[in-house]
Design a protein around this ligand. Structure first.
Ligand SMILES: C[S@@+](CC[C@H](N)C(=O)[O-])C[C@H]1O[C@@H](n2cnc3c(N)ncnc32)[C@H](O)[C@@H]1O
Length: 247
């Protein structure tokens, strides 16, 4: 997408992110993350407004984050307890950590796919592996790609229709680059059009496993959701846990 960089998604959505229905519908998986983290410290990639990091820090864990969007991080720091999360502003492929090494690094809600090339995704895995303690873990939560959602490489759908407003999702799919470029468009009578762009480079779980192996990490377990549901061919999402040898 033209003029789209690592900060675009967050900068454009920050003021409404926490109220978005798809965000409110997400689980806040603090129990499992705290269990995997042990005594920490913990690193979240794409920490955003602290939806997950702030409640995790409230449990007494040292939590660090990385995000490309200052606007998202400002929202976190304005929340009660938000200052407990130490943040580095930058690209998570470069992994500019504010500390470490970590017992747990995690990236949730499809955020790993915001790294827009395979090469940068591999580099991210390598940097995470370097930032982990021996025996440390890297948890990735992401959707399982479903090209059948697209008709002639595109999809447009309405997500809200009301008397004075319509919300539309318009997406285009590129099978070669494994990219999805989308706009959430909000049309409200009497107001300027609001555009919330998002670009993703998706990967199947098997490709993520290969990236992990290249980085020296091994798949420890994979669930079909946060309640440790079995991962099957019907799963639309996965929670994958990679670990670093040693420890
Ligand atoms: C969908 S939000 C998730 C935020 C938070 N993890 C949550 O679950 O609510 C994605 C976040 O990743 C950030 N982001 C996107 N691309 C990034 C990149 N390449 N490097 C660092 N952060 C990035 C965005 O600014 C945004 O805050």
């Amino acid at each position: 997408m033209d003029r789209y960089d690592a900060a675009t998604y967050g900068d454009r959505i920050a003021d409404v992110y926490d109220d978005r229905p798809e965000v409110r519908a997400q689980a806040i998986p603090v129990e499992l993350l705290a269990e995997l983290a042990g005594s920490g410290p913990v690193l979240e990639l794409g920490v955003g407004t602290g939806r997950v990091a702030v409640p995790l820090a409230a449990r007494g864990l040292q939590v660090h984050g990385i995000d490309a969007s200052r606007a998202m991080v400002q929202r976190m720091h304005a929340k009660p307890g938000g200052d407990a999360v130490t943040v580095a502003i930058g690209d998570m492929a470069d992994l500019p950590t504010p500390g470490g090494p970590y017992s747990l690094a995690f990236v949730v809600f499809n955020t790993f796919f915001a790294i827009l090339s395979q090469g940068d995704q591999v580099r991210c895995f390598e940097n995470v592996a370097r930032a982990l303690l021996p025996g440390g873990r890297f948890l990735v939560e992401a959707f399982v790609p479903d090209p059948a959602r697209f008709d002639r490489s595109q999809r447009t759908s309405a997500t809200r229709v009301a008397v004075d407003e319509v919300h539309l999702d318009a997406t285009m799919y590129d099978a070669v680059d494994q990219r999805i470029d989308g706009e959430h468009v909000i049309l409200r009578d009497g107001e300027p059009v609001r555009m919330l762009p998002v670009s993703l480079r998706f990967a199947w779980p098997s490709e993520l496993d290969l990236m992990a192996r290249l980085a020296g990490l091994q798949l420890e377990g994979r669930f079909g959701g946060w309640n440790r549901e079995p991962f099957t061919a019907a799963s639309g999402t996965h929670v994958s846990i990679y670990s670093k040898p040693g420890g």
